[in-house]
Design a protein around this ligand. Structure first.
Ligand code: BDR
Ligand code: CA
Length: 311
């Protein structure tokens, strides 16, 4: 199995991404989960990560708390999407599994140094603060990273937190700039892909019909999450952004995209946090990321329902 570190700010869609990874031990070995401030403050994302591990029946998963604010800006959160707790929807028990002592950034650095070179994949599902801090403190880890597969950014779909920017990149654009410039292979799941991963009514029913605690919780989480997108945009269902990252590790053939240059806007007032993706190769700048553009949505939900059903 592929060794990964999930860096996350749960978030209902983060939760589903984690469940999918923990349900897929043949393909994925979760070395640890690192939390970051994003959808809600750090204390809540850390608690939520532990709730999700327990829901998956994997309380021995190691969870490390990370950075509680972006590198050089005030934290912007998204309670308007995820609710006050960040995981509104299901009623889940308070976690009892331990939180690890080590800081998330130290865990990321130590793991990349200890594991064989080119064997560890980083999976950021939130603002990129922890990853950028690790790269800044230990530049030697960059060439040791197998791949960074992240959810963030947009091209045709443009923005969801401002007209120009996607939430994860917008919250910490300086961190994103550092990550996109680090030289490691990067695969990006932007809104262009994740807005095709919509939990329609029949897909939600399929989760509920699993009848298991995880299946029912996923249905309740996506029900909650869906309210926002339906009311606001009249969309068919909630976009499952972050699970695209873990699904890619299991079935990369569900996705297609282009290897292109992607730069991050960090100075403009209007387009701060925009992923300037050179889809047509007009800039002459060297490619630094594989930017996904399409998804087999039925295949994605078939995988997700099957795996959640194994928990
Ligand atoms: C991203 O922002 C968060 O609200 C979601 O968890 C996802 O990671 C989508 O823009
Ligand atoms: Ca997230």
């Amino acid at each position: 199995p592929r060794k990964i570190i999930i860096d996350t700010d749960p978030g209902q869609d983060d939760a589903v991404a984690i469940l999918l990874a923990l349900a897929s031990p043949e393909e994925i070995e979760v070395l640890g989960i690192t939390t970051v401030a994003g959808n809600v403050p750090l204390e809540l994302t850390t608690k939520n990560a532990r709730i999700v591990c327990e829901l998956a029946g994997k309380p021995d998963t190691r969870v490390f708390a990370g950075c509680d604010r972006p590198l050089g800006r005030d934290l912007v959160t998204a309670e308007h999407v995820h609710g006050k707790t960040g995981l509104d929807g299901p009623t889940l028990p308070e976690p009892t599994m331990p939180l690890q002592d080590r800081h998330a950034v130290d865990f990321i650095i130590d793991t990349l140094r200890e594991e064989p070179e080119g064997s560890v994949t980083l999976c950021p599902l939130g603002p990129l603060t922890n990853i950028a801090t690790a790269l800044d403190r230990a530049p030697d880890i960059a060439p040791r990273i197998k791949e960074i597969v992240l959810m963030g950014g947009a091209y045709f779909e443009v923005g969801n937190i401002t007209p120009a920017a996607e939430f994860n990149i917008y919250v910490d654009p300086e961190a994103a700039k550092q990550v996109f410039g680090c030289g490691a292979p990067i695969t990006v799941m932007p809104l262009d892909v994740t807005h095709k991963a919509l939990v329609t009514k029949p897909r939600n029913d399929a989760f509920r019909a699993l009848g298991t605690p995880a299946g029912v919780a996923v249905a309740e989480m996506t029900d909650f999450f869906e309210r926002f997108d339906k009311e606001k945009y009249g969309s068919e269902g909630a976009p499952l952004h972050d699970p695209c990252v873990t699904a890619y590790l299991i079935k990369p053939e569900l996705f297609s995209g282009r290897h292109i240059n992607v730069e991050i806007e960090t100075t403009s007032e209007l387009t701060l946090g925009m992923t300037v993706a050179d889809w047509w190769g007009v800039s002459g700048r060297p490619p630094n990321a594989t930017f996904m553009g399409d998804l087999d949505a039925d295949g994605f939900f078939a995988l997700l329902t099957d795996r959640i059903g194994r928990l």
